[in-house]
Design a protein around this ligand. Structure first.
Ligand code: PMP
Ligand code: GLU
Length: 392
C-alpha cells in the first residue's frame, strides 16, 4: 500500500488557501460568493513595475539568475533595509526567494533541528507553525489575550523559553489580528531575547500597511540583538504583487548562506522577470501609489469596524495589515459548535467566505480580509447582518 511521509501526515493544509480555493470554485460554478479569505490586495500591480517586467522579457532576461538573486536586487534590498528599517546588511547577507513564505521556510530549515523548540504567539499566521513542524522542530504556542490586542508580553515570552528554545517567530503588523507592536513593546521583548540564546524570525510582510499614529519598527534594529534576528519581507502586500512571488530576507551571514544552500537544492533562483519587477518596486519612488492603497484599506477598515460595532460583535481594531479578527463565540451553539462549522454555514447558506480562527490557533474567532473591494465588503455586510441576527 502507498504510504506518505509522516511529515505530511502531521501537516495541516493552509486554512487561508483552502477557503480561498473553495470560494473560487463556487464562483466558477456561477455562485455569487463574496470572498473575504486571502489577504490579497485587489489593486493592480503599479504600472512602472509591470513595465519593468515587460522590459525584462523583451530584453530576454528570461534565464537562470544567481541562486541568491540578481546582484542589483541584493544591493537594493540591503539599501532598503538600511534606509527604512535601520538594519545593516551586506548584500551577501540577503537572500531573494519565491515569496516571503519561501523566505520563512528557508530560514526555519536553516536554523531548526528536531528537538528544538520554536515559540509562536497565538493567534499566529497559519503557515508559521506548519513550517516549524516541517523542520521537525517543536512548536511552543503562547496564548495571548484579546485584552492586550493578542500581543505577547515579555513575561509570557520569558516563561516560554527553555534550554531547547531555538527561535521566536514574531509578526508585526500581525496576520490575523492586525495588531502592531509599539517601539516600547518591541524593546521590552528584545530585552528578554538579549538574555537568551534564541533567534528571532521577524515577519515584516505588512510593514507598509499601518494606520494612523502606528509605526512599523524592526526588532532587528535593536543593537543588543542585531546578530540574532532574521528579517523577512517581500513585495506581495506592499506593491500588490502577490502573484509575482518575490520575498527576501536579511540576517546573520551563516544563516543566509545555509538558506541559500537549501534554496540551491530546492528551487534555484526566484523568477528572473519577477526579480526585475521587484527591483523596480524597491528602486522607484512609489510612495504616492502606496499611499493610495493604504488610504483605501483604511477606509475599508473604518467601514467594517463601524459595521461590527453596530452588530455588537467584539473584534480587534486593526492597527495594521488588512484583516479584521472577530470573536464569533456567541454564535457557536446548536448545530454550529465550532468556528469551522460557522464558517461553513456562512459560506454555504449566505455565500460569504471567511477563514476560521482555529487555523490561526484561536478557536471561536474568525478572520475577514478587507483587501477586497468596498463593494464586496458592503455586499458581505448586507449578508452577514441577517445571518448573525438569525444566530443570536
Ligand atoms: N507572512 C505573513 C504573515 C503573511 O500573511 C503572508 C501572506 N502571504 C506571507 C508571510 C507570505 O507572503 P508572500 O506572498 O510573499 O509569500
Ligand atoms: N497570507 C495571505 C493570507 O493570510 C495569503 C494566503 C496565504 O499565503 O496564506 O491570507
Amino acid at each position: 500500500m502507498l504510504t506518505l511521509s509522516r511529515k505530511v501526515a502531521s501537516l495541516k493544509p493552509s486554512a487561508t488557501l483552502t477557503l480561498f480555493a473553495r470560494a473560487k470554485a463556487m464562483m466558477a460554478k456561477g455562485i455569487d460568493v463574496v470572498s473575504l479569505t486571502a489577504g490579497e490586495p485587489d489593486f493592480p500591480t503599479p504600472e512602472p513595475i509591470k513595465q519593468a517586467a515587460i522590459k525584462a522579457i523583451q530584453e530576454n532576461f528570461t534565464k537562470y539568475t544567481p541562486n541568491q538573486g540578481i546582484p542589483k536586487l541584493l544591493e537594493v534590498v540591503a539599501e532598503k533595509f538600511r534606509r527604512e528599517n535601520n538594519l545593516f546588511f551586506d548584500p551577501s547577507q540577503i537572500l531573494v526567494s519565491h515569496g516571503a513564505k519561501h523566505s520563512l521556510f528557508n530560514a526555519i530549515q536553516a536554523v531548526c533541528n528536531p528537538g528544538d523548540e520554536v515559540i509562536i504567539p497565538a493567534p499566529y499566521w497559519v503557515s508559521h507553525p506548519e513550517m516549524v513542524k516541517l523542520a521537525g522542530a517543536k512548536v511552543v504556542v503562547v496564548e495571548t489575550s484579546p485584552k492586550n490586542q493578542f500581543k505577547i508580553t515579555p513575561t509570557q515570552l520569558k516563561k516560554a523559553i527553555t534550554n531547547k528554545t531555538k527561535m521566536f517567530i514574531f509578526c508585526s503588523p500581525s496576520n490575523p489580528t492586525g495588531a502592531v507592536y509599539s517601539v516600547e513593546e518591541i524593546s521590552a521583548l528584545a530585552r528578554v531575547v538579549e538574555k537568551s540564546g534564541l533567534y528571532v524570525l521577524s515577519d515584516e510582510i505588512y510593514e507598509k500597511v499601518v494606520y494612523e499614529q502606528n509605526v512599523h519598527f524592526s526588532i532587528g534594529s535593536i543593537e543588543s540583538i542585531r546578530d540574532k534576528v532574521i528579517t523577512v519581507n517581500g513585495v506581495s502586500k506592499a506593491y500588490a504583487m502577490t502573484g509575482w512571488r518575490i520575498g527576501y530576507m536579511g540576517g546573520p551571514k551563516a544563516i543566509i548562506a545555509a538558506a541559500e544552500k537549501i534554496q540551491g537544492q530546492m528551487t534555484s533562483n526566484a523568477a528572473s522577470i519577477s526579480q526585475r519587477a521587484a527591483l523596480a518596486a524597491l528602486q522607484l519612488d512609489l510612495s504616492a501609489e502606496l499611499q493610495v492603497m493604504v488610504n483605501e484599506f483604511d477606509r475599508r477598515r473604518r467601514y467594517l469596524s463601524a459595521e461590527f460595532d453596530k452588530l455588537g460583535i467584539e473584534y480587534i481594531y486593526p492597527a495594521g495589515a488588512f484583516y479584521l479578527f472577530f470573536n464569533a463565540k456567541k454564535f457557536l451553539k446548536g448545530g454550529l459548535r465550532t468556528d469551522d462549522a460557522l464558517c461553513e454555514h456562512l459560506l454555504l447558506k449566505h455565500n460569504v467566505a471567511m477563514v476560521p480562527g482555529s487555523g490561526f490557533g484561536a478557536s471561536g474567532w474568525m478572520r475577514i480580509s478587507y483587501a477586497c473591494s468596498m463593494q464586496e465588503l458592503e455586499k458581505a455586510v448586507a449578508r452577514l447582518q441577517p445571518a448573525f441576527d438569525a444566530l443570536r
